[in-house]
Design a protein around this ligand. Structure first.
Ligand code: ADP
Length: 626
């Protein structure tokens, strides 16, 4: 029989198809299995519509088989099958989807049919150089054999076939250096692909797999016997009725799927019906992923469309600050592009992402309220992301995140929320105070917090780089301004105290000006401090850029370094200040001013400009004092 040609545009599409639509050749199996599943669904609906007897869902299945000698892989189904015309129509025209037409005419039914673009079938040419399709349509007693070696067209001839359905046999391409097509003859590889892409197809995907069995009459000798096995689990965990799934099931699924040794801290199983339909099974892990140190956190959820995996890592479903969330989303609603691999900017996807964000926020809020220990464990591992989230995009998400953030309380020595801080604020306290440093021990020892602590106010300790940036972005919480203990005005003094300070400054004006001049180029000003109570000196900054922010910004790779306006504060009540007022020798005063500045630098965690000079000066004073 003469070869029939593919339609002209189909030829070009087929070339394109084979070479570029799919990035991953192995997906051909997913496509053929999805087609078989659709064919079974169609037969099932047809039998319901026509009341045909003899069709039962129980007998429906997809069968895979290999012939190593002939290098063939066969995918067979006992579904609706195709007539001769349908074979020509559906397989002779690329991008013609019989399934799409079926979908259109069955819109109201709750079908879970997958195909719609009419190209999936041709993906088989990526791995095979000849495809043979035998098919017998339901209700017909003719069977047809369609065969094609790709671009040069196809033949169609009558053949024999028992029962309705379709049998697709792929003659695999010869192995090359880049591609080992023989792998598709290995049961292990096939099982792996089915598990990966088609585990939740609702019909059994069966295959004869050699299993070791004791030889008859022997107690020690084994032989390999082919045994029919079902490769897929069929019903995805997230679609099972909730009362049939135990916590254990959810945890085991998480551990095997996301390769964690520990149970997750929280499981969220949600399904939404309505304008947008989806099931989502989300997990909040308690520890960093196993590959964190090589890959960091990878954002994304697995995306399924009607139980078929279409994307391993769909980033669009999660905001950056929830990158730690693992899980899957299954929806019949996505408008997939032809390869099923890349989702176009999909409105549905955006709606789902928004819903998931809300759901995750509310679950974290619940966890904070009812499982505090778990939450703190979670926060120690992933909290930094939430803090980055507050700061990112000019604070666009700060309202969502502000109540999920914890900081270490200096007064209570434990993690608290901003809300908890505000609740225990004494009535006269106006601001929320925080202090920054590299470690908790250093922050707790900061002289700058003296006055605030003496008033009986708590101070939040900030030790992550992002903390102060996040605080500046947040600005206020419940109407209370957030204030660093290093800021110019801490709002702690009464009018009387202010007056007394003014007087003291006026009395020591000359000394302070002299010190400022001696430290010219290093500090903007030397001032008497109202924040120091026990300690003699500290360094603070004038303006919006704090010394801690300066440190962080300068640690980033940038040409231009920033510098905060430094102010050296001296405790006017300290014995040291009294000593300074008595120095008449200018050289001595210069050495002392330098030493005070160096000490303030050390307390602030900044490097000394000349450590040797510092050491020499201290030793000289030590030697003279004995
Ligand atoms: P899609 O599945 O996106 O519609 P395909 O190129 O994979 O596109 O398939 C084209 C058409 O061929 C399908 O829409 C369907 O009508 C038909 N078809 C493919 N495989 C089978 C099968 N196993 N049984 C019955 N019909 C099939």
């Amino acid at each position: 029989m003469a070869k029939r040609q593919f339609k002209a545009e189909s030829k070009r599409l087929l070339e394109l198809m084979i070479n570029s639509i799919y990035t991953n050749k192995e997906v051909f199996l997913r496509e053929l299995i999805s087609n078989a599943s659709d064919a079974l669904d169609k037969l099932y609906f047809r039998s319901i519509e026509e009341g045909a007897t003899g069709v039962s869902r129980d007998n429906m299945e997809i069968r895979l088989s290999v012939d190593k000698e002939k290098r063939t892989l066969t995918i067979a189904d006992n579904g609706i099958g195709m007539t001769k015309d349908e074979l020509i129509e559906n397989l002779g025209t690329i991008a013609k989807s019989g399934t799409f037409d079926f979908r259109k005419s069955h819109q109201d039914e709750n079908t879970e049919i997958i195909g719609q673009f009419g190209v999936g079938f041709y993906s088989a040419f990526m791995v095979s150089d000849k495809i043979t399709v035998k098919s017998r349509a339901f209700g017909s007693d003719e069977a047809w054999r369609w065969e094609s070696s790709g671009e040069d067209g196809y033949t169609i001839n009558p053949c024999e076939m028992e029962g309705c359905g379709t049998e697709i046999t792929l003659s695999l391409r010869p192995d090359s250096e880049e591609e080992q097509y023989s792998m598709y003859l290995e049961p292990n590889a096939i099982v792996g692909l089915v598990k990966r892409y088609s585990d939740y197809i609702r019909y059994p995907i069966a295959m004869d797999i050699p299993q070791p069995r004791l030889k008859e009459g022997s107690e020690t000798e084994y032989e390999l016997v082919a045994e029919k096995m079902t490769l897929n689990s069929m019903v995805p965990l997230w679609r099972k009725p909730k009362d049939e799934v135990t916590d254990e099931d959810y945890n085991e699924f998480y551990k095997s799927k996301f390769m964690d040794f520990n149970d997750p801290l929280r499981v969220v199983n949600t399904s939404v019906e309505g304008m947008v339909q989806y099931n989502a099974l989300l997990y909040i892990p308690g520890n960093l992923p196993y590959d964190y140190y090589t890959r960091g956190l990878r954002k994304g959820l697995q995306l399924y469309c009607n139980g078929v995996l279409i994307m391993e890592n769909c980033e669009e479903l999660l905001p950056d600050y929830f990158t730690f969330v693992k899980g899957i989303v299954d929806s019949p609603d996505f408008s997939l592009n032809i390869s099923r691999e890349i989702l176009q900017h999909d409105r549905q996807l955006k709606v789902i992402a928004k819903n998931l964000e809300k759901k995750i926020t509310s679950e974290l809020t619940k966890m904070l309220a009812d499982k505090r220990e778990d939450y703190e464990q979670f926060f120690r591992t992933f909290g930094i992301q939430l803090k980055y989230g507050m700061y990112a995009e000019f604070g666009a998400h700060k309202e969502t995140l502000k109540d999920l953030i914890l900081f270490h309380s200096m007064a209570d020595d434990k993690l608290i929320t901003l809300k908890e801080y505000v609740e225990k604020m004494p009535e006269d306290q106006k601001y929320i105070y925080y202090a920054c440093g590299d470690t908790l021990a250093k922050v707790k020892a900061l002289p700058q917090a003296d006055a605030v602590r003496e008033k009986g106010y708590d101070v939040l300790c900030m030790i992550d780089d992002v903390d102060e940036f996040a605080m500046k972005t947040l600005g206020t919480y419940e109407g209370k301004e957030l204030k660093s203990v290093s800021e110019q005005d801490l709002g702690l003094e009464s009018q009387e105290e202010k007056d007394a300070m003014e007087k003291k400054i006026a009395d020591n004006k000359e000394l302070l000006e002299k010190l400022t001049a001696l430290l010219d180029g290093k500090v903007k000003e030397v001032r008497l401090s109202s924040r120091l109570k026990k300690h003699p000196v500290c360094l603070v900054s004038d303006g919006d850029l704090s010394i801690d922010m300066e440190k962080i910004l300068n640690a980033m790779p940038a040409e231009q370094k920033v510098r905060a306006d430094r102010v050296l504060e001296i405790n006017g009540e300290h014995a040291l200040f009294a000593a300074l007022t008595k120095i008449s020798d200018d050289d001595k005063l210069k050495t002392y001013a330098g030493l005070l500045y160096d000490q303030a630098l050390m307390i602030a965690g900044l490097p000394l400009e000349d450590p040797t000079a510092f050491s020499n000066a201290v030793c000289e004073i030590m030697a003279a004092s004995v």
